[in-house]
Design a protein around this ligand. Structure first.
Ligand code: ZN
Length: 316
């Protein structure tokens, strides 16, 4: 049976695409709203990123040079999150698992309690339009920073965050360094995710999933290098939360048409389509579906299957 989403893809009806319910399971609060919203808030234009950046280092260089200096105050970071929630609602996102970096506590006199107060007020304010599930964001610098590690433990103890994610340079922190933290998050009933395999390394994906008992992997596209690892992910129903434009712009893949999400899908690996950092990559979740369709990666029916599967555990 045809749905409006399929018609909308075929007819390039962007309003129709946005109207279809979808999820965003991989996005980061710090860069979560469109750059144009930040420009309006600041009253100034911001230099756009280059179409191709040199991996994660290239993205961090762009963020340091252009964005970060504007994002170092509480009013602006609070504005960014709220604008992102509104962007997501407008884009038809019905469940938003957005990572809130543990370092955000530094912007509040009462630390993590202030973070919880702000984020939970937003979740309540928009609860009729979106299921906003705060995710605890852990930078990999934590391996070398005991103070950050103790704050992360404290964050889990709050009982407020519903999932956990680990990100930044993969080599900065082996999964072993966060094993106790993840065990605690699991005991607290949180969903466990980590960025791994964004730039290759299929075996490291399997190793990290096994060690940390991950439920889902952020990116994980490096699994496409190994049929065996893909079969393993498929067999264990480990879902990859993929952000196609991010992968192209950070040169993890050469272009959209050749994105390995096709190979992962063909090997039975569960995949979802997500935004990552709209402030940098300038794409909503609907835009990501549209890009995959227009690049010929998937048919409209396949993209609708992916969208529907991502909604499976979302209760209306
Ligand atoms: Zn990410």
């Amino acid at each position: 049976m045809k749905t409006n989403f399929i018609d909308a893809l075929i007819e390039d009806d962007q309003v129709g695409l946005r109207a279809a319910p979808k999820v965003d399971l991989h996005c980061h609060a710090f860069f979560s709203t469109r750059r144009e919203n930040l420009e309006r808030w600041l009253g100034q234009a911001l230099e756009p990123p280059p179409a191709k950046m040199e991996k994660l280092g290239g993205m961090i260089a762009y963020a340091n040079n252009v964005l970060d200096r504007h994002l170092r105050n509480r009013e602006t970071i609070e504005f960014v999150v709220e604008a992102a929630v509104c962007d997501a609602i407008e884009d038809g996102v019905v469940r938003l698992e957005m990572s809130i970096d543990v370092r955000r506590a530094a912007y509040y006199a009462d630390g993590l309690a202030g973070v919880e107060r702000h984020i939970s007020a937003l979740a309540v304010q928009y609860r009729r339009q979106i299921d906003f599930r705060p995710e605890l964001g852990i930078p990999r610098q934590i391996a070398a920073d005991p103070e950050l590690m103790s704050r992360a433990h404290e964050a889990i103890e709050l009982g407020f965050f519903q999932s956990i994610d680990l990100y930044d340079h993969q080599e900065a922190c082996a999964p072993e360094a966060v094993e106790p933290l993840y065990a605690k998050a699991r005991a607290a009933g949180m969903k466990l995710k980590a960025h791994v395999g964004e730039f290759g390394g299929a075996e490291e994906i399997r190793r990290t999933v096994e060690l940390l008992e991950l439920d889902e992997v952020q990116h994980g596209i490096g699994a496409a290098e190994s049929v065996e690892v893909m079969r393993w992910l498929a067999g264990n129903r480990i879902r990859l939360n993929v952000c196609p434009t991010s992968n192209v712009m950070l040169d993890a893949v050469p272009d959209m048409a050749g994105h390995p999400i096709r190979l992962l899908f063909d090997n039975g690996v569960p995949v979802t389509v997500n935004s990552d950092d709209p402030m940098i990559f300038d794409q909503s979740v609907s835009d990501e579906y549209r890009s995959l369709y227009r690049a010929g990666v998937f048919s409209a029916d396949e993209l609708d299957d992916i969208r529907r599967a991502s909604l499976e555990d979302v209760v209306d």
